[in-house]
Design a protein around this ligand. Structure first.
Ligand code: ATP
Length: 319
């Protein structure tokens, strides 16, 4: 192996830059050349590829987003698109590829691997929705961002004695809502993985009000319902002034936390070691703080559940 490629794909996540840096530096440490592929699989198809050296990843470890840019590519989902990508890999003499992204990006990486390009996936997504790893790069930063924002909203909720519904990211996974919800002391947390009953949510709000509680925070993962719709139901059932905030893309940005920088540095370096050792179609993960590699196919077939003990803890603590 002489040259490896690295790309970021799907939604950006804080810590992706730290992962790119680790890949580039560890590869050069091993005497390998590195090609940076811009805009994910779409950039690969178009040959948007640059040579990377030690200096090209300087001053990025603390920056959110991704210096290689990211994209979603419908063309790569087609056989012709993947054939074009394969041609570019050959033309640029790339012997192995590291894909930093979510589960969709890993599906793409597996298909490239089946065509003969060794690939390793690094989980980079704020949603923490990838099996076979306790944490994905960007999740820790995102929950800290959410906590900071909800704390600020709580000041207003307390001062104006209002109920606030706050919608956070998480189409299929409630991890952000769960961890942030427990951390901000939310009254109710609504996640896509667990059925909820608005009558019970409102009963809890009313019990709180009966003991003198003047404000409440309800955290909703976007996959569990639209914040504005939930707010409307609460307003109808209680007659209380209920405000709704949708946090949106602000959750994806910002300087990565220490945890995400560490995770990204470890995973990036480990991914290079795996490629160098002849591994392919594997994803990097961490379990019990230890790095591990899992077959992408096996990982994507593994059912994933959030830590429901947090769900029950939140319920018990907001009785
Ligand atoms: P996130 O969910 O965090 O945004 P992701 O990697 O899951 O990240 P996707 O948009 O699902 O994001 O996937 C990124 C890209 O990977 C797609 O635009 C597409 O080019 C490629 N991809 C996804 N699924 C497949 C698939 N089944 N076959 C081929 N390519 C795929």
């Amino acid at each position: 192996m002489h040259k490896i490629g690295v790309l970021t794909s799907g939604g950006d996540a804080p810590g992706m830059n730290a992962a790119i840096r680790a890949v580039v530096r560890k590869a050069i440490f091993h005497g390998l050349q590195v090609a940076g592929i811009k805009r994910g699989f779409q950039g690969l198809i178009q040959g948007d590829i640059i040579d990377m050296d030690l200096g090209s990843v300087g001053d990025i470890i603390h920056r959110g987003g991704t210096m290689l840019f990211t994209a979603r590519s419908d063309e790569f989902r087609t056989e012709q698109g993947r054939e074009k990508a394969f041609q570019q890999v050959q033309e640029h003499g790339i012997d192995g590829l590291i894909v930093i992204g979510g589960d969709g990006s890993f599906r793409g990486a597996k298909l490239l691997s089946d065509m003969g390009v060794p690939t390793i996936g690094i989980p980079g997504t704020i949603d923490n929705d990838i099996p076979c790893t306790e944490f994905t790069i960007g999740f820790d930063t995102a929950i800290n961002t959410v906590i900071d924002l909800v704390d600020k909203i709580r000041d207003t909720a307390t001062s104006h004695e209002r109920t606030y519904v706050i919608e956070v990211m998480g189409r299929n996974a409630g991890d952000i809502a769960l961890v942030a919800g427990v951390s901000v002391g939310a009254e109710s947390i609504l996640i896509p993985e667990e059925k909820y009953d608005m009558i019970k949510v409102v009963e809890k709000l009313k019990r709180g009000a009966a003991r003198g509680k003047k404000h409440s925070i309800i955290l909703v993962a976007e996959g569990a319902g639209k914040g504005f719709a939930i707010g409307e139901v609460i307003r109808e059932l209680t007659g209380w002034e209920t405000r709704v905030t949708v946090l949106g893309h602000i959750q994806r940005g910002g300087s990565p936390s220490a945890f995400d920088r560490m995770l990204a540095s470890k995973m990036g370096a480990y991914a290079v070691d795996l490629l160098k050792a002849g591994e392919r179609a594997k994803m990097v993960g961490t379990m019990g703080g230890q790095l591990q590699a899992t077959d992408i196919t096996e990982a994507l077939a593994t059912p994933r559940k959030p830590d429901l003990t947090l769900y029950h803890l939140a319920d018990a603590l907001s009785i």
